[in-house]
Ligand binder design. Sequence first.
Ligand SMILES: Nc1ncnc2c1ncn2[C@@H]1O[C@H](COP(=O)(O)OP(=O)(O)OP(=O)(O)O)[C@@H](O)[C@H]1O
Ligand SMILES: [Mg+2]
Length: 238
Amino acid sequence: MLDAKGLTKSYGQVRAVVDVSLSISNDRIYGIIGPNGAGKSTLFRLLSGFERPHAGTITFDGRRIESLAAHRRAELGIVRSFQELELFPELTAGDVLTTAGLLHDKLADARERARETAATFDIPWNVRATELNPGMIRRIELARCILARPKVVLFDEVMAGLTIPEAEFMCENIRLLHESGVAIVIVEHVMHVVRSLCRHIYVMASGRMIAQGAPDEVANDPAVTAAYLGTRKRGALA
Ligand SMILES: Nc1ncnc2c1ncn2[C@@H]1O[C@H](COP(=O)(O)OP(=O)(O)OP(=O)(O)O)[C@@H](O)[C@H]1O
Ligand SMILES: [Mg+2]
């Protein structure tokens, strides 16, 4: 469904993503792990069109998309969440959800779908983003992704800062989204979340893809252990 080959992106001297390839379909949930600064969010920016690679190709549903703008890729069904909790402070939760629906629907339909989703997810409609706690903002991020009618969703650390019940809510809904046929990739530091959700894991370190496979395979891979032990890691591998 989504195929990347040889993606490369540098910021000045920093080689953020180096010759990275991956292949995503909706047959299972994929995880991307790696130490801080490994290039995971940069890879998501390249896949979603927020930045262009210096080299490499991206194919989605058989079509080359690496030159398409982010909004065009979103229309095709490539939707992402953001690692930083940044909703527009002047917008209410209802506005944010309605805006996501406008990608494909007219205003009245977008608002109606947004209201239904807000009710399902217990999201308060008229409250401004600045007044919401991190758990609720992550919930809005998830609802926003769903309302954009995705074919593939790239979730960047959607569990960060959540309580255990909030994280469980998030996992359950990501699972449901996947069961509805949507391809899912999650970047995640919390390993028990990765283990419970993902059947295929890509491991990045220093911009490179250093391993991939089933969770137990990558956990026992010496290159993966070395990559984590060689850095000041934020998450534990096991
Ligand atoms: N806009 C930018 N300008 C300069 N350097 C950047 C920029 N964005 C990322 N980098 C650098 O690129 C490298 C990869 O960063 P990236 O954010 O992709 O890592 P990550 O794997 O998502 O890390 P984390 O787990 O901390 O979110 C890092 O060295 C980072 O400092
Ligand atoms: Mg990141």
